[in-house]
Design a protein around this ligand. Structure first.
Ligand code: 6PG
Length: 240
């Protein structure tokens, strides 16, 4: 079923979701590696993707030819609570995927804003647009770190923007927790990708996506930027 700007793939269980999505990601990476020397897989943090990353890490692939880049990062060092780098390295960049090239976002700069140029240069050195992007969704309608009405959201979502990454300062909410300062990939970087998939579970996020697919301000639910873009539909994988 294709909704407003997304393709809806619902599964009877989270295990079935993970299995199908894992096969989809592996297909996308293998297709990329059949055409080019290296592939780029951009991954979100949070918590939902854990079982998917564990499955992928145990899947044989020429991972040494794959760059794994963060979709976004809270401004905390690895080893500190909330680090997406820690989450990805501990769940995905291990086992068969241990030889993948991880590209993080956290630098020693005091703030994401001061790190934008440096991290953008690193992302610009990646071999081409993302071959696959894994996005999550918050109940507030954010994806990546495009939080509602956040400082820097206009830069992050600028369709004419030339940067791969942008600095965000979110308004505090139950969803942001203490992590208000973040670095995120931009809208142009996501829509340039060959494959964009979203992994969501539970009724609250399903309702959030359906609300985002309806009328309303883009800044109220920033995932709308993707739902309203004429890119190849966002492939949404969902289970209760
Ligand atoms: C982050 C993520 C973020 C995430 C959503 C959903 O840094 O938190 O990159 O965009 O995908 O917030 O997070 P959960 O999977 O934890 O619900």
């Amino acid at each position: 079923m294709v909704g407003a700007g997304y393709a809806w793939n619902a599964f009877d269980s989270r295990d079935d979701l993970v299995s199908a999505l894992g096969q989809g990601v592996i297909r996308a990476l293998n297709a990329a590696l059949a055409e080019r020397e290296t592939a780029v897989f951009a991954v979100s943090g949070g918590s939902t993707p854990r079982p998917l990353f564990e499955l992928l890490s145990n899947t044989p692939l020429p991972w040494e030819r794959v760059h794994i880049a963060l979709v976004d990062e809270r401004w905390v060092d690895p080893g500190q609570p909330g680090s997406n780098e820690d989450f990805i390295v501990s769940t995905l960049v291990r086992n068969h995927a241990a030889n993948a090239h991880f590209v993080g976002m956290k630098t020693q700069d005091a703030s994401p804003l001061e790190a934008v140029r440096r991290v953008n240069d690193a992302y610009a050195r990646l071999p081409g647009p993302f071959d696959a992007v894994l996005l999550g969704l918050g109940a507030d309608g954010h994806t990546a770190s495009w939080f509602p009405h956040a400082q820097g959201l206009d830069v992050a979502l600028d369709p004419q923007g030339r940067s791969h990454v942008a600095a965000i300062r979110a308004h505090p909410s139950d969803i942001t927790g203490p992590h208000l300062d973040r670095l995120t990939v931009t809208f142009p970087a996501v829509v340039a990708a060959r494959t964009v998939v979203m992994m969501i579970t539970g009724d609250e996020k399903r309702a959030a996506l359906e609300a985002a697919a309806g009328p309303g301000e883009l800044a109220d639910m920033p995932v709308r930027a993707l739902l309203r873009h004429d890119m190849a539909p966002l492939d949404v994988y969902w289970a209760a």
